[in-house]
Design a protein. Structure first.
Length: 575
């Protein structure tokens, strides 16, 4: 299947005899079959090491055998190639000498909004962190347990996100090698509790750093200082993009030729084929007009690499990421598919951007979604339908599709706004605000939308587990992105939402009832999403990702990265 450099499949009536959504669903099934075959093939430590080397071009980190043993006992994914978010962010950091990285970690650990976990021998950690003999740890156990393997430090220690991380990690730390807890100085991981990422570097710097890190070479102090000084006082996404990328080219055109950013429209039938490419601002410059993460990109300064673990990152940030745990344990009522309403549902607050005179908040994703889905215009737009004689384009009134398909709106009134400059008042008047609803009301619909807020969406797992079809638009890849297959587990949508009419007409039929939809395929996607949350997004799966990430972190701060790498045939004492 051909798709363009932006990650989109463009419908061509001369080339495609099937609806593009059907083609993408078929591709999703083939992708899942290939993934399952790869996972089945990684059935030994030797195969797991070969899988890692083939994917990343380097040896896995020390302790990889312990991680693989855990994956087998917990029945989690043993192919590290499918967990690239636990590995790829580290490669450029390996170009910086470990003592310098430890110095940077030390400088960050006591700053807002950080907390740090310092790993020590069992019995030498903080009171309340003992967990080796227990299957679970909860925040209230802080008052009951003895000393474990962790010292908790920093301004956000023992707060909400810190406690969530401890709840996930403390029960599984015993699966890491003993050497992890006896390093001098101790392995210390700093966690950033901000909603969003903090790091960004020049693409040229990243490319060079990754080529060095992959072969465990490091900058000299003079080289590193010069390379990082070259990034000072530079801001904007264009610096993080390859030279031949559309955004980089667009920057030249804007400056030299006063050219506008690339824009898509409802008349062009583009569907997301490669979700990672479609969320990449370098290859989709129009995201700077559509997503709060890319609005006002002058805010995004290029800064020296600092190895904290953030909640999320875009493809062009330099942050290391863990598993974000907000909402990870939310449960909802199961409602059979046939009892659900054939509507697209969304409620949410106006997060994602600060509303003041300086920010173009009307372009942010949540505000635009409200406007799009409450449009009662008489204007007619082209929609792809299949009336049984092949795919054709028909025209329908916007207001008819709005009434037929959408139950979507901002709820609760203005938030994150400037009272003094009048922005809160303008925000209050800009929309017809809805009432909040409970989770059960959202799962009563066959289709739900998931869009970013201040950063990644914490509701995604819950929505996938609710027997709905999740229509998703985001700039933040998930920790298990390679296991989450678009058009199989969820439906990726364009950032401008213009494909939703075509998608709904495919699943539900034409809005005037002139053609039938593929409700059966929608039901399959909902069931497949639910199955994924029960088999690939459990506590054990999240813990496995975190353990692998921690081993990569261990190698990164190891003075001898060669000794910090895993080699088959070496006994742990010889590593």
């Amino acid at each position: 299947m051909d798709y363009d450099e932006r990650g989109f499949l463009s419908y061509d009536a001369a080339k495609h005899t099937k609806h593009p959504v059907e083609l993408l669903i078929e591709r999703g099934k083939r992708t899942v079959a290939a993934i399952e075959a790869r996972l089945a093939a990684v059935n030994s430590l030797q195969a797991a090491v070969a899988d890692y080397k083939a994917a990343y071009g380097m040896a896995p980190p020390r302790g990889f055998d312990a991680w693989f043993k855990y994956t087998q006992s917990a029945k989690t994914v043993g192919a590290a190639s499918m967990l690239s978010m636990a590995q790829k962010p580290f490669v450029q950091y390996l170009s910086i000498p470990a003592p310098e990285l430890r110095r940077r970690i030390e400088n960050e650990r006591d700053k807002e909004p950080m907390f740090a976990l310092e790993f020590v021998p069992n019995g030498e950690g903080d009171y309340g962190t003992e967990c080796d003999g227990e299957p679970d740890w909860f925040p209230e156990d802080y008052h009951k347990r003895g000393r474990g393997r962790v010292k908790v430090r920093g301004p956000l220690a023992w707060k909400f996100r810190c406690n969530n991380t401890l709840s996930l990690l403390l029960p599984v730390l015993k699966h890491l090698p003993d050497e992890f807890f006896t390093m001098s100085p101790p392995v210390t991981i700093v966690f950033n509790t901000d909603d969003g990422p903090r790091g960004q570097v020049h693409h040229d710097f990243q490319t060079r750093a990754e080529s060095m890190g992959k072969v465990l070479k490091t900058w000299s102090p003079q080289q590193l200082e010069a390379a990082e000084n070259a990034m000072r006082w530079t801001t904007g996404w264009q610096w993080a993009c390859p030279e031949d990328s559309p955004l980089k080219r667009a920057e030249v055109d804007i400056v030299l030729n006063d050219a506008p950013l690339h824009q898509t429209s409802v008349n062009r039938k583009d569907f997301v084929a490669d979700y990672n490419m479609a969320m990449d601002v370098c290859y989709n410059p129009e995201l700077r007009e559509l997503q709060s993460a890319a609005l006002l990109d002058i805010r995004f300064a290029n800064v020296p690499l600092t190895p904290y673990v953030s909640q999320c990152r875009t493809l062009r940030n330099s942050d290391i990421v863990g598993v974000p745990l907000d909402g990870a344990w939310d449960e909802t009522q199961f409602i059979p598919w046939t009892e659900k309403k054939p509507m697209v549902f969304w409620r949410g607050t106006a997060t994602g951007v600060f509303h003041d005179l300086r920010h173009p908040w009307h372009k942010s994703q949540r505000e635009r979604l409200h406007v799009f889905a409450n449009n009662m215009s008489d204007a007619q737009v082209p929609v792809l339908v299949d009336a049984g004689t092949g795919v054709k384009t028909a025209h329908f009134r916007v207001k008819d599709m709005t009434a037929r398909w959408f139950d979507i709106g901002l709820a609760g009134g203005p938030v994150q706004c400037d009272e003094a400059d009048g922005s809160c008042a303008r925000l209050a008047q800009a929309f017809k605000w809805r009432e909040y609803v409970n989770k059960e009301e959202s799962v009563a619909n066959k289709f739900v939308i998931d869009v970013d807020g201040n950063a990644w969406s914490s509701r995604f797992r819950r929505l996938l587990s609710s027997n709905n079809v999740v229509l998703k638009a985001s700039m933040y890849p998930e920790w298990l992105s390679h296991l989450l297959v678009p058009w199989y587990h969820y439906v990726p949508i364009r950032a401008d939402y213009a494909d939703i009419y075509d998608i709904m007409a495919f699943f539900e039929g034409a809005p005037d009832g002139s053609s039938k939809g593929r409700d059966d395929l929608a039901q399959d996607i909902a069931a497949q999403a639910l199955h994924l949350t029960k088999t690939r997004w459990r506590d054990e799966d999240m813990a496995s990702f975190m353990l692998l990430m921690m081993l990569e972190y261990w190698r990164m701060v190891h003075d001898d990265r060669e000794a910090g790498s895993f080699r088959l045939g070496r006994m742990p004492a010889d590593v």
